[in-house]
Design a protein around this ligand. Structure first.
Ligand SMILES: Nc1ncnc2c1ncn2[C@@H]1O[C@H](COP(=O)(O)OP(=O)(O)OP(=O)(O)O)[C@@H](O)[C@H]1O
Ligand SMILES: [Mg+2]
Length: 153
């Protein structure tokens, strides 16, 4: 895991922006962090880096917001309201989490991967081909410790 310390919302956005510039088709970013940690702030940066001009807002009852018109389509999911992976499947979100037709950024990813527990029918952990796990910890009002695994672009 790589750790980046962000001292303000703009620095968090800038990190997301660099990820957006480098993102490859099919990338899934799984975000974990308490309410108000800065997950949506990272997604705003991702949109910028992908060249998407629309304003990013939190997905509400739709659970997924789609942003087109950038270098790759961006799918912003928020699983906060779902308590079990079965609900993710029932909501029709599984494809976004497996092989998104663009880039998927998923707030509250732990609702889906209750980490290594979830396995596919073949018994392999269900992970997208390109997956980056991101953990945001709140240090103080403006400081965030952002840790992520880097498995390439
Ligand atoms: N260094 C920082 N990085 C990101 N956000 C910060 C930072 N410092 C302060 N903030 C503030 O923290 C809040 C982060 O809100 P954001 O909506 O991104 O959180 P979230 O993790 O998506 O929460 P939720 O789980 O409710 O969706 C914003 O109000 C932002 O201004
Ligand atoms: Mg959010």
């Amino acid at each position: 895991m790589v750790t980046f310390t962000s001292h303000n919302p703009a620095q968090t956005m800038a990190l997301g922006e660099s990820w957006g510039r480098a993102a490859a088709q099919g990338l899934v970013l799984g975000l974990t962090g308490e309410l108000g940690a800065g997950k949506t702030q990272l997604v705003k940066g991702m949109a910028l880096g992908l060249g998407i001009s629309a304003r990013v807002t939190s997905p509400s009852f739709a659970l997924v917001n789609e942003y087109r018109g950038g270098r790759l389509d961006l799918f912003h999911l928020d699983l906060y309201r779902l308590s079990h992976p079965d609900q993710v499947v029932a909501a029709g979100l599984e494809d976004y989490l497996d092989r998104p037709p663009g880039v998927a950024v998923v707030e509250w990813i732990e609702r889906w991967f209750q980490e290594e527990i979830r396995t596919s029918q073949r018994g392999q952990p269900r992970r997208p081909r390109l997956y980056r796990r991101v953990l945001i910890e709140v240090v103080d009002e403006f400081t965030r410790r952002i840790s992520y695994e880097d498995s390439g672009p």
